[in-house]
Ligand binder design. Sequence first.
Ligand code: GAP
Length: 440
Amino acid sequence: MGEEKNLEQMNDLVALCKRRGFIFQSSEIYGGFGSCWDYGPLGIQLKTNVRDSWWKAMTYRDDIEGLDASILMHPEVWKASGHVDNFSDPLVDCKSCKSRFRADQIDTEAPCPSCKAERQFTSPREFNLMFQTRAGPVEDSASKLYLRPETAQGIFTNFQNVQQTMRKKLPFGIAQVGKAFRNEITPGHFIFRTREFEQMEMQYFIRPGDQKAAMDQWKEERLDWHLGQGLRQEKLRFHEHGPNELAHYADKAFDIEYEFPIGWQEVEGIHSRTDFDLKQHEKHCKKNLHYVDQGDGNKKYLPYVLETSVGLDRHLLSLLCDAYRIDHVGTKEERTVLKLAKTMAPIKAAVMPLMKKAPLEEKAQKLLKDIQKHFRTEYDVSGSIGKRYRRQDEIGTPFCLTVDYESLEDGAVTVRDRDSMAQERVALDKALAYLRERLP
Ligand code: GAP
């Protein structure tokens, strides 16, 4: 197979994602809409696989419950959470070309990165990242709403509902997956930073004082989850937030970072949020949100919170970057292959009759029907077999099953392994069992 190369340029991945139906530019027929992306047939299957894997890791256990809160919430929520006052980036404008930049991302003493004019920047202004919208037909201040910039607040506002209906005792968690919106000033790098994205968040409610143990536990659990997704260990690391990096709600935080082609970047935040959010909500909604600890003499207190928050799109990008390899078929020909974990691959198997001939297609169709009920399977009959293999390699299909003329004689198919490209003959009536043994 020769030497293997990794992804070096994000553009190569963007091209593959478009070419193979993973991710398209939003509103493409209108020339595209900045920093918004649409998941195509293979992209949404990959996304579903990731979401399911997270959901399973988080909720198929005793101590965590699921939730799906609405995106639009009472506007007071965002005053209480601190997002109205604190969720902002410092912005500067170039006085010459009017381009906008985050003051913390450029050197304001240097020329404008866009038009090269010298020291032409306005002084920094705080720019709130929340999208505003309105509810109902009347445009008054009472109808003003925000699109949620994090899913977490739906969990805090439902803390008591979940705790009481599910009779939970501390420590316990609430997990949620859903869209979040941020009017990012500098979105970019494909699906890395967008204005609309999906978060997978979990708030773990703990006794005050248990922050360190909870942080240690969740750092380990979350890193294991990323590794279980097939990411290479050397591409993952923790980064502890310094005092200037901490979000307004956190007293300690670690990021899980992945080494993208654009460098080491955060994919998941693990935050110790103390009782900040519940305390703020108590104050603003004027209701008692205290927990009664029956295990500790009915002591009443506000639980502390350890949060894990991973961007579904950003994590998916890490999977694609990690899986993207270029190696060789034989001595000369290069191939691009997505070495996704089998659990994540959107299509698990491809059935291919060698040629478009009735007896071959008949056998192949029967095989397809057998397998399709259990695994997402593609049927491909067009083009040379080499071209069909290249397509399956590029979409990360672990197994290709080819029905050839010999199959008509011996009732067997050639099964080709994506990574090793090794081929073996398997009896048609054993093909499903073969896949079952090898696919999770
Ligand atoms: N509730 C905590 C919270 O929202 P965050 O660090 O701001 O924390 C958590 O965001 C995760 O959400 C990030 O690690 C990242 O994966 C993802 N994320 C944040 N902003 C994003 C954006 N503009 N585009 C894509 N993903 C984003």
